[in-house]
Design a protein around this ligand. Structure first.
Ligand SMILES: NC(=O)c1ccc[n+]([C@@H]2O[C@H](COP(=O)([O-])OP(=O)(O)OC[C@H]3O[C@@H](n4cnc5c(N)ncnc54)[C@H](O)[C@@H]3O)[C@@H](O)[C@H]2O)c1
Length: 696
């Protein structure tokens, strides 16, 4: 008998307990173990009924993700076979469900003849979130048990529901109070004692008198809402087959849909993102289980745009924050902005007045460093100036207790220099939040040359607590995200030189799936920020500076939405970008001065230049060890830069295009007269392409 399934006999009931931590993933060993235990129970004449159960944490979380893409995933008996064997068992099988009962786990339970559950067991079919559909009969059995509309909602949304919500439906025969296994055994005894007939979901008919009208409505809604994702519609088609076709034919529709989806780039992207998010939490030289430093009291320095948003993250997680400013007026303004944000959430019904008061009550505003002794983590978000950072970090070094973590939210300054302002560089780290910091999920955790492993591990754990998705970056100008963004911006500006207009570049990239093209994004963020950066770099290295057309836009006083004009013009208090002939004239004048002859540029070329610029810099970042893995780069772009999730991030996109194709185009761009040398394909990219490998 497999170790994965514990087999016990309680009188006339055999209890099969799945035992594959952490979540009873239905890998090859567990599947084989279930079948062996089922056969044993059916062969034992003393056994009259079976209970199939799991752990307190999970009946089963579904497929074993660690076996994805390995031969074990396809090893027989596959899950459909296991479920059919259970459904065809001559003796009644009762599923006793607690904790997660998701995906293949729920499909397994649907194959049992009866189901009992703890009230808070979570039931769901989340396959759609990986661009798939439930492929082990779920689309056929769930509608038969629960009705068309409820089943379709569960399958198309992928969202889990507590078992108690299904009380009184054929999906849940009984809610168990107290011990789950005892409840399951008691229910099995009742089945035997009362001679209840075996309920096989496959034998039921879907009950819904108005299914045609409902299906038409549902198809239209799904088609309109989810245009970049093929999975919801395939889920719909499979569920619709449960109404119109016999069970075995419906299963065939489900099977075909599953195989078709498995081959789509969207599903590949979503599965990549799922794995990438898990991978990003692992740091090669920081072992899991590293002892963490305590973080109970947080301080934020600077109550501006970022400091306010950062503060909200911590108070939202119930942690008190000391918020320091130099002037009362700045402090008042920062607090008023935070309050306004909370009040807006209250107006939308997301927070109560009491919650707003409670959160504001967790913020201790101050103008002095008194009382900073108890602080465990301080995050500096003052002006982006090395002199100001020096002043602040020297002060922090004086007043903060030994062992506390000193973090900077700098976007571009050298973290190692900042660390050197203190006598404890091992305690200094970068916590690069993205604006608006209370909304954006991404947190780049910047590891300095001397940052201690436990400081890194503590910040990773803290990120999870405040619901951020953290990616570790090494120190370089712009870290992972903004360093790549600089190349992307340069590619977009280069397109203007060659003949495109901002609206064409933005339009092509938005059609590709980006939330906003680079020029609209620039207008939103403020063009003066980039201009200041270019001026700084020009001052640092005058010979290397190449003027860009963006300078002309700024010189005309057009800083974006905040000045009513930038790459576009804006009508008062509106945010819709309107193409502006003045910008066209400025671009035309610039091209003329530089002797550039405009040409027609296709949308495909816009995508190639902008995407391959990202990919090429991503490859350099990877080769330098600034990012630990290509998928970390994808996570940064998906969560911090509005990259479309159905593309899986820039590095996966390059894999899907084919690295030799990317290299070929980069070489063509690099060979153009006067081309920026950064178009030369990165050595790592060329190496992978030559070896027939991919980033991911
Ligand atoms: N704005 C963004 O999109 C963004 C994104 C990521 C990171 N950052 C970084 O975050 C930091 C802050 O940026 P911001 O946009 O919030 O700037 P901001 O100008 O809105 O806020 C800075 C605040 O710091 C205060 N301050 C200045 N010197 C101080 C001192 N010595 N002690 C205490 N408070 C002081 C100022 O009064 C001001 O309220 C910068 O390093 C910036 O590069 C900004």
């Amino acid at each position: 008998m497999s170790d994965c399934v514990k087999y016990e006999v309680h009188g006339e009931v055999a209890v099969l307990t799945m035992n594959k931590p952490p979540v009873n993933g239905l890998g090859a060993d567990l599947r084989a173990g279930i079948v062996a235990a089922l056969d044993q129970a059916n062969a034992d004449s003393a056994v009259r009924a079976l209970v199939l159960t799991g752990s307190v944490r999970a009946f089963s979380g579904g497929a074993d993700v660690t076996e994805f893409g390995t031969p074990k995933a396809a090893r027989e008996p596959n899950l459909r076979v296991v479920i059919d064997l259970i459904e065809n068992s001559g003796k009644p099988v009762v599923a006793a469900m607690g904790g997660q009962c998701l995906g293949g786990g729920l499909e397994l339970a649907l194959g049992c003849h009866f189901r009992v559950a703890l009230a808070d067991a979570t039931l769901g079919l989340p396959e759609v979130k990986l661009g798939l559909l439930p492929g082990a009969g779920g689309t056929q059995r769930l509608p038969r048990l629960l009705g068309l509309e409820a089943a379709l909602n569960i399958i198309v949304s992928g969202n889990p529901t507590p078992a108690i919500k299904f009380k009184g439906t054929p999906l849940i025969d009984e809610i168990v109070e107290g011990d789950l296994v005892s409840g399951g055994v008691a229910f099995a005894r009742k089945v035997v004692a009362e001679g209840l007939p075996l309920k096989r979901a496959r034998d039921l008919k879907v009950r819904d008198p108005q299914s045609d009208a409902f299906l038409q409505f549902a198809r239209n809604t799904i088609t309109a809402a989810l245009k970049n994702f093929p999975a919801p519609l395939k889920c719909f088609e499979a569920v619709a087959a449960s109404v119109s076709k016999p069970f075995d034919e419906g299963v065939q529709v489900e099977r075909e849909g599953f195989l078709a989806l498995m081959a789509t780039p969207e599903s590949r992207a979503l599965r990549h993102v799922f794995a990438a998010e898990r991978a990003a939490t692992k740091i090669a030289d920081v072992p899991e289980g590293t002892a963490l430093r305590p973080v109970n009291q947080v301080a934020v320095i600077g109550a501006g745009t970022m400091g306010g948003g950062i503060t909200m993250n911590f108070v939202n997680a119930g942690m008190p924050v000391v918020l320091l400013e130099t002037q009362q007026a700045a402090l008042d303004k920062g607090l008023a902005t935070i309050r306004k944000n909370y009040e807006n959430s209250m107006k939308k019904g997301k927070l109560s007045q009491a919650q707003v008061d409670e959160r504001m009550g967790l913020i201790k505003p101050t103008l002095s460093y008194e009382g900073f002794r108890n602080v465990d983590l301080v995050i500096e978000a003052v002006f982006e100036s090395m002199d100001v950072k020096e002043q602040v970090f020297k002060k922090l070094d004086e007043v903060i207790k030994p062992g506390a973590i000193l973090a900077s939210n700098t976007s571009a300054l050298n973290l190692d220099k900042i660390a050197a302002f203190t006598k404890r560089p091992q305690d200094v780290i970068g916590l690069h939040f993205f604006s608006p910091a209370n909304v954006m999920r991404l947190l780049e955790i910047v590891r300095g040359a001397k940052t201690a492993a436990d400081v890194l591990a503590t910040c990773m754990a803290m990120a999870k607590k405040i619901k951020k998705i953290a990616v570790v970056s090494g120190v370089c100008e712009g870290f992972i995200g903004n360093r790549m963004l600089a190349r992307y911006g340069a590619a977009a500006n280069g397109l203007l030189n060659q003949g495109a207009l901002p609206q064409q570049v933005d339009g092509a990239l938005q059609k590709f799936g980006l939330a906003m093209g680079p020029f609209r994004m620039g207008d939103l963020a403020g063009l003066d920020i980039g201009w200041a950066g270019r001026k700084r770099r020009q001052a640092e290295n005058p010979g290397a500076y190449v003027p860009v057309v963006a300078d002309r836009i700024c010189e005309a006083g057009r800083f974006g939405q905040k000045t009513g004009a930038g790459w576009y013009r804006y009508e008062t208090s509106k945010r819709d970008p309107i193409p502006d002939p003045i910008v066209e004239a400025l671009i035309a004048e610039y091209r003329k001065e530089k002797g550039l002859t405009p040409r027609k540029i296709s949308d495909t070329e816009v995508i190639e230049r902008c995407m391959y610029a990202l990919v090429n810099e991503g490859a350099r970042i990877l080769a330098e060890g600034i990012a630990a893995r290509a998928s970390d780069i994808d996570i940064v772009y998906l969560n911090g830069y509005g990259f479309p999730v159905h593309r899986g991030g820039p590095m996966l996109y390059a894999d899907m295009v084919g690295l030799p194709n990317v290299v070929r185009r980069l070489r063509q761009f690099a060979a153009e007269p006067g081309a920026d040398p950064s178009w030369q394909p990165a050595p790592l990219l060329v190496k992978l392409a030559d070896e027939g490998k991919t980033f991911n």
